[in-house]
Design a protein around this ligand. Structure first.
Ligand SMILES: Cc1cc2nc3c(=O)[nH]c(=O)nc-3n(C[C@H](O)[C@H](O)[C@H](O)COP(=O)(O)OP(=O)(O)OC[C@H]3O[C@@H](n4cnc5c(N)ncnc54)[C@H](O)[C@@H]3O)c2cc1C
Length: 426
């Protein structure tokens, strides 16, 4: 993330005099009020002043529905800087040390906060609490919040986009079935931002992102739950590579600082077998997979499963439509990069809109600025997700050497840590 402030005064190009802007309900319609859509709406509202853009936020679910989402997210220091002025959950747990190792083989590395001159390497927040905090802030800005979903593919013309939406609960109408009766409404906007999140499944499609995707099925499922341990190490996060996939434990605080958010990436058949196990059996298997570095696993809360894959759009923009966050790239959760990368999309788009106004030039500038960071982060995540699951002893030895070498070559470790915290700047 660059360190420039996206709230700086707008100096975008004068609007094209030939465009009758009154024909458009909004300058920007954002589809999806997840963390990236909310952060974008929040920053556009903060920019404010007489040149404030007219913004709509469209989502099919109420923000408080996210409170039941079991995910906890590790957000970088850079992400915190972007979110804090908008809405930041009180219960954010700082990470001061990250311990990386592989199960069954030697080699490990430790990344320390004080090696990098930042108050924390990252912060752990619950997905639902973050959405709640951002949504409360965005609602207070007076941004139009529309409780609907996209009904059909949008139509684009020279000056704007017509987006057919329908209220939540309306039966879906296939594209092209124009005669079917449905209480639809058309939102007209100069630009549309696709922030509707992503899916890993090959079959799933979205009406807003019709372009080509790079896809990979990792044949892994993430089991997610809050667990408690007997010998906690406060503010330490763990990433342990196992033969089935990476296993992460993120500190959540709680009584005795003993609660951790678990992301356990397993073979899908093993994940399906583990989901219904009794708590005691589940904790035993987790103990076997993680080891005893934090004593005994004592308790597990509600569990959820997420199938994992890579799904990245080849082109971020299609004339007057841009994609950000998971809608642009859905990644494996290894190293917790997904939302951090998505928030850097937001930052770049806010900057581009400030310079160019709600015109395709803004989207072209946005796409150009995001190319390098996207490529590096998507590739690094993809390699990490696959490299550590190969159970071939010489390769495991090499991985162990590479992890150990990181401790001996500080500049390489610093570069890696900075990529995780800030991404590629340009
Ligand atoms: C197990 C797991 C662990 C993770 N851990 C981390 C981590 O540690 N750090 C990190 O940075 N990232 C992590 N991620 C990734 C992170 O969750 C995502 O990158 C982030 O949620 C993306 O935010 P978003 O706003 O782009 O999309 P989403 O969070 O998916 O939100 C999309 C929104 O769009 C709405 N929507 C969808 N379709 C429509 C439609 N047609 N019309 C209207 N609204 C619609 C949805 O209701 C939703 O509110 C993890 C992911 C998983 C699965």
């Amino acid at each position: 993330m660059t360190e420039s402030n996206p709230a700086r005064p707008a100096h975008h190009a004068a609007p094209d005099a030939r465009v009758d802007t009154a024909r458009y309900d909004y300058d920007v319609a954002i589809v999806g009020a997840g963390p990236t859509g909310l952060a974008l709406a929040g920053w556009l509202a903060r920019r404010g002043g007489t040149r404030a853009l007219r913004v709509a936020l469209i989502d099919s679910r109420e923000p408080d529905a996210s409170l039941g989402d079991p995910r906890a997210l590790a957000l970088s220091h850079g992400s915190r800087m972007l979110l804090e002025p908008l809405g930041w959950p009180v219960e954010a747990t700082p990470i001061e040390r990250i311990h990386v190792s592989q199960r069954g083989y030697f080699g490990r590395t430790v990344i320390e906060r004080n090696e990098h001159g930042v108050p924390a390497l990252g912060y752990v927040v619950r997905y639902g609490m973050l959405v709640h905090a951002l949504a409360t802030a965005v609602r207070a800005t007076g941004c139009d919040w529309i409780g609907s979903s996209v009904a059909r593919a949008p139509q684009q013309d020279e000056h704007g986009v017509s987006l057919p939406i329908e209220p939540v609960g309306t039966p879906s109408v296939p594209d092209g079935d124009a005669g079917a009766a449905a209480p639809q409404r058309i939102v007209r906007a100069r630009l549309v931002v696709n922030a509707e999140g992503g899916v890993y499944h090959e079959a799933a499609s979205t009406r807003l992102a019709a372009g080509q995707h790079a896809r990979r099925d990792y044949r892994q499922t993430a089991l997610v739950a809050v667990v408690s341990v007997s010998t906690p190490q406060p503010r330490v996060a763990w990433e342990r590579f196992t033969r089935e996939g990476p296993l992460a434990l993120l500190p959540l605080g709680g009584p005795r600082q003993a609660d951790y958010a678990l992301v356990w990436c397993c073979d899908p058949a093993q994940a399906a077998r583990r989901m219904p196990l009794s708590d005691a059996r589940w904790l035993d298997e987790l103990q076997w997979a993680f080891g005893d570095r934090m004593g005994r696993f004592e308790k597990v809360g509600a569990r959820a499963a997420f199938p994992l894959g890579l799904n990245a759009l080849t082109a971020l923009t299609d004339r007057r439509i841009a994609s950000i966050g998971n809608a642009a790239q859905t990644l494996h959760p290894v190293a917790g990069q997904g939302l951090n990368l998505g928030l850097r999309d937001v930052h770049a788009l806010v900057d581009a809109l400030a310079h160019h106004g709600p015109e395709p030039a803004a989207l072209r500038a946005f796409a150009a600025r995001r190319a390098l960071d996207r490529r590096v982060t998507i590739t690094a995540t993809d390699v990490l997700a696959r490299a550590f699951t190969v159970d071939f002893a010489p390769l495991a030895a090499l991985r162990g050497l590479a992890l150990g070498a990181l401790d001996l070559v500080p500049p390489v470790k610093t570069t890696l840590a900075r990529q995780m915290m800030f991404g590629q700047r340009r």
